[in-house]
Design a protein around this ligand. Structure first.
Ligand SMILES: [Zn+2]
Ligand SMILES: [Zn+2]
Length: 73
């Protein structure tokens, strides 16, 4: 795997989009592992320092994709 930015050997892959990232270009971004309900509150289990490529833009919340429901991909 090579870095998406500079084509050097990657140290990891972006948690969000899967691009390879080297140690010079790696960034960190909170990643929501799981949402769960605690009484009336909804809480999130978050990884604070998930690998991030710095190029994609992870959203804090899931989004609806109605155009994918029931149709052919
Ligand atoms: Zn790089
Ligand atoms: Zn990414």
């Amino acid at each position: 795997m090579i870095c998406w930015h500079c084509k050097r050997a990657a140290v990891g892959a972006c948690r969000f989009c899967g691009r390879g990232i080297c140690e010079d270009h790696v960034q960190e971004h909170p990643y929501i592992l799981e949402l769960f309900r605690e009484g009336k509150r909804v809480r999130a289990l978050v990884v604070e320092d998930a690998l991030h490529c710095g190029t994609c833009t992870p959203r804090p919340d899931p989004i609806d994709l109605p155009e994918l429901e029931g149709g052919e991909v």
